[in-house]
Design a protein around this ligand. Sequence first.
Ligand SMILES: CC(=O)N[C@@H](C)C(=O)N[C@@H](C)C(=O)O
Length: 825
Amino acid sequence: MGYSSIASAVSPATSSLPSLHFLRNPFSHSSFHHLPSSTSSTKPHISLFTTKFSAMDNPKTSSLKESPLGIDEETEQQYALHSNLLQQFTAISSIDKAWIFKSRTDSSQGMMFSVSQPNLLANNKRKLILSSTVTKRSDGSVTLQYAPFPVEVSGVSAIVPSPSGSKLLIVRNPESDGPSRFEIWSNSYLEREFHVPQSKHASVYTDGWFEGISWNSDETLIAYVAEEPSPSKPTFNDLGYKKSGSDDKDSKSWKGQGDWEEDWGETYAGKRQPALFVINIASGEVQAVKGIDKSLSVGQVVWAPSSEGSEQYLVFVGWSFETRKLGIKYCYNRPCSIYVVKAPHESKTKENEIDSTENAQALNLTQTISSAFLPRFSPDGKFLVFLSARSSVDSGAHSATNSLHRIDWPKDLKFHQSAKVHDVIPVVLCAEDDGFPGLYFSSFLSDPWLSDGHTLVIPSVWHSSQVLLSVNVLSGQVKRITPVDSNFSWSLLTLHGNNIFAVSSSPVDVPQVKYGTFVEKEAGNNEWSWSDVSNPIYKFSDKVSSLLSSLTFSVMKISVKDASENSTKGSSKPYEAIFVSSKTKKTDTCDPLIAVLHGGPHSVSLSSFSKSQAFLASIGYSLLIVNYRGSLGFGEEALQSLPGKIGSQDVNDVLNAIDHVIELGLASPSKIAVLGGSHGGFLTTHLIGQAPEKFVAAAARNPVCNLALMVGTTDIPDWCFVETYGTNGRDRITEAPSAEDLTIFYSKSPIAHISKVKTPTIFLLGAQDLRVPISTGLQFARALKEKEVPVKVIVFPNDVHGIERPQSDFESFLSIAAWFNKYCK
Ligand SMILES: CC(=O)N[C@@H](C)C(=O)N[C@@H](C)C(=O)O
């Protein structure tokens, strides 16, 4: 999710740990240094309006001096004042993943942590691996002994241990048109290395959505998802067209562009056709899986259980589309199904070629449900469990409450399209006060099972926190297994048997690794017990530590103001806001307040650690992070109350939450700023138009300011219809909106209120954003400038919707701090 809606797990860290670059270890490659696609450019950002209008203000209202650098003196001072602190926050590492391996001895096991840390200078993320040994003490607790140093891994796109833990697959994706590299490591040596050329396939998907990399049970084959080779392009030379078939490159010919093909939109630029492949790790032979209709994009592949001598099958998710591919990032409303297909096997034909075509048509196992993804087999292979976003598909909302399902797997491998789909956890419409609000998650561990073989452990959003749940997939019983009295957020790292490693954090507490185990009490009264274990990277700056210890947070319930007789029960229940403030009240006056608004709108701000928010709180702001109705984690009725009412219900929920803290004496009405991205930017720019007296400063990151402009240029025009009209809007979706549609889009947009805006506003815009194209933010900023409202715009030329590249993120929050300090202190 974007815009810190779900902050990543982060650990205390130090930037002074040595990084070892071994020439030949599993994670480094001497000749190939992979950078995430978004990190390759070092071009400076373009700050619009910097010459004529100084770095920020309108010329008529500002008397700021312009420095030769194009930065005014005040901004320079602010940058100098806060940049070092922001760097210290930026340097805090995140614990991204962990793997636990089979026992070395009865009491100890090997474990590996993957940790990342932004590298501002290189504008990429440093990835580190730290090994450790877990030792179980007689009292049931564990200790972790880490290797003395982490190892930096570069150029690695995916790390996937084999089921037995005796082999490790390392995938290195090409930067441009080189091959994809597969390395198979065994203990400490490289067993095999294969280079798969672009003519076979382009990059392997490691995006967390289409991604699926799966070892078969005897560890001889790996199934994975990769981009199909690009379609051939016409070649021309000085005589005209060069007939196809000749791939020769010479200086006298050139490649044309060929037909344009739709891709999957935001963050998937150029990704058109994820397809299935299997590599044999003895021979390096790569086969495309046959029998899958070309109209399907596929992902999330796993091997079906197999017995010796029987055929092997693959289970995967397929996404189809009608006339165009609509953006898929953050959009769970794209219909998808689970399929089964025979895995390719090598049988020699007359011509001695590998043939894997017979009887190979993929079968859709979930035709009765509009969405089925994240397939996982039970350890005994008797059933297949999957998640469904059918509420989202059926309503058109981009994300909604999920449900969990089960199919019994046929022993005789005779598959039926009409396989019975059992409901394990249905969609929760309206939760009892402290009851389970429904399932909200979109990724699983590859092996999420407790030792009984039928209980899953999953993370899920529960109001403003992420908790861990156990789900018995036979009985449908759901239990919250992280402490009920904790309002921290938890994420799952790995589990083994009934032992869980997780990370827990809060807005004012850096992530802490936790160990959880199942304590068997009297019959039927088993409990989970949680303890702290040492963090993989444990040192961070004393300054950050002391600033964080001066902060506190609470989760507030806010009563709904506009509930009517027609409102559903779920939409009349209180929503929540996370309030972060200084522990000590220094004077009679309150600290200035920033209302922080997530995007989506069907996303959530979690009670987890976010570096940028902690930085703003540390420099003297209280934060009110509002989970307005429509957010994930509060049941389906509350979520579905928003589509059709954007720009009013959500705006009023935020104003109501702000009034709540003012009434409690926690904020001063004259010192309120607002900050949000995407739909949170829609709210930010709406609020300064609809409540112009309320806000003294605003910051909008890739904001939706004009739906009438966005609808024709975004990768998700359907979103504009559904959020504007509600579920009925699905019938109006078209590439050619009518004049009536455009009028309604305009009237529901922040731009409709522009004449009232007077709040100084900073805009942070990613020029590569396909979701909310830069034109909508620029139009609003230019209109404000025309009205002589103080405006600053920073455009990040190589950033997409999330503006997450380290230098862009750093400059964004430093500039937001400077802007707020100028107008809101
Ligand atoms: C579905 C979607 O991407 N909506 C955008 C307008 C938005 O608000 N995006 C969220 C997810 C974000 O935080 O970027």
